[in-house]
Design a protein around this ligand. Structure first.
Ligand code: C5P
Length: 230
């Protein structure tokens, strides 16, 4: 089976408070999205990519992207799950049912080649698929309505879900369509697979694979990219 990358890049990044969506902010001499796409374009294991961008996007065409593999650009939707589904549908004629799809946030430019390779190698024979993730390091508190601690949550067995999230094409499309029909706005693909009764595998990855959300994350990402090995 082949491996395809699906990159949701249609968010507006409101929490960033910048003049443009966060995937188009400058990071180590390029935009965040250029770094992210480059990871999959340079990987010899990836057959092609589908990127979802906003309907009003005026930045994508300004990017410098050289790809020797198919790179489909589609319009995203209201929420991340809609963007992913649009990109998956665009792959309909290229991807076989049992091909693998790796869904990866445009806002995670620090995914290392090592983590990508480990994900592919760990899951390639898995019946379900799974995702990169890391055990929670902080003590977790549940808040009440007044912002006081209602409860301390035991962090044992709790993981932070990262991307890529890697599933078989047909199974993933079915799970995402089904979540959508139930009106559920899943925030990651694993959630859709769980709702469909599957148990995705957690593959430990580096916490350097951060999702750029606030301005401080850009500085951290620059540090991780500069280190070359994240
Ligand atoms: O907002 P958040 O950081 O959770 O978004 C995660 C990823 O999903 C980002 O790469 C963002 O561009 C993408 N997204 C999308 N379509 C939306 C909302 C978010 O493709 N409607």
């Amino acid at each position: 089976p082949d491996f395809w990358a699906v990159i949701p890049a249609a968010g507006v990044g409101r929490r960033m408070g910048a003049d443009r969506p966060k995937q188009y902010l400058a990071l180590a001499g390029r935009t965040v999205l250029e770094h992210t796409l480059e990871i999959f374009i340079r990987s010899p294991r990836i057959t092609g990519l589908a990127v979802a961008i906003g309907g009003e996007d005026e930045y994508y065409r300004e990017l410098t992207i050289r790809s020797d593999k198919p790179l489909l650009v589609v319009h995203g939707g209201e929420e991340r799950c809609h963007s992913v589904l649009n990109a998956l549908r665009a792959l309909k004629h290229q991807a076989a049912d049992d091909d693998w799809v790796l869904v990866h946030d445009a806002a995670r430019p620090c995914l290392s080649d090592e983590d990508l390779t480990r994900l592919l190698d760990t899951l390639r024979d898995d019946p379900v698929g799974g995702l990169l993730a890391a055990p929670v390091a902080d003590t977790l508190k549940r808040a009440d309505a007044e912002g006081r601690v209602a409860q301390t949550v035991d962090r044992a067995g709790l993981w932070r879900a990262f991307t890529p999230q890697m599933f078989r094409y047909a199974m993933l499309v079915e799970a995402m369509e089904s979540a959508r029909q139930q009106g559920l706005l899943v925030t990651d693909e694993a959630s859709a697979m769980e709702l469909a009764g599957h148990a995705p595998r957690l593959v430990e990855g580096s916490p350097a694979n951060l999702k750029i959300t606030s301005p401080a994350d850009l500085a951290l990402a620059e540090f991780f990219l500069g280190r070359g090995q994240v």
